[in-house]
Design a protein around this ligand. Sequence first.
Ligand SMILES: [Mg+2]
Length: 234
Amino acid sequence: MFKLIAFDLDGTLTQHRSKLDQTNRKVLEELDKKYKLLMVGAGGCERIYNQLNCFPIDIIGYYGMQESVMNNGQLKIVRSDFYTVDKQYFIDATDKIREKFGYTDYAGDNVDFHETGAVTIPLLGKSAPIEEKVAFDPDRKKRAVMYPFVKSLFDGFNVFIGGSSSFDIVKERFNKYNALTAYMKEHGINENEVMYVGDDFGCGGNDEQIKTGGLNYTLIDDYRNLGNKLAFLL
Ligand SMILES: [Mg+2]
């Protein structure tokens, strides 16, 4: 009955910003024999592909702003959307957030502006060590408290509790639900034929719109449980 299995990356297939391990690679390989597989990620297609150790898979990146396919064993970007943002506004708004919640000490860049127009606010700074980032807010509670205020600063944008210690901000039309349903329409796949697998369906989570939009989904509470949680698909 299912034709397409779509995945989040961080926290679902891997630890945050860590490479795909052999166990979960085998899960993907098994699923790949039965279904079309697709990544629907928050980061860029190339970063996702590298984090997957070049596992061959089509990728939607940046919440729908970018798309790649496999072409003769190579990743090929087939679509990239761009917009520009008022950088000074984002810098000033980030300063407000840092002052209000006490994150005025940070390593490296204060705000991360991506080439697409997407913006990341890394609370610990862009260059903070990955271990610190991963340990910062594993249950997302720190950022959940901040979320209403952060969201209120960016009218016309979606704000996501992204990564391990950051907020992702993209124009309102970009979210995983819109991205996935556009892909389904393009490929003639209906809602009953899709299963989305993610770890963050709560308020402000970057998989939230998949759930509120009514698509089938499977919650992964720990990426090390991926195989067990998806055994019903095999
Ligand atoms: Mg995730």
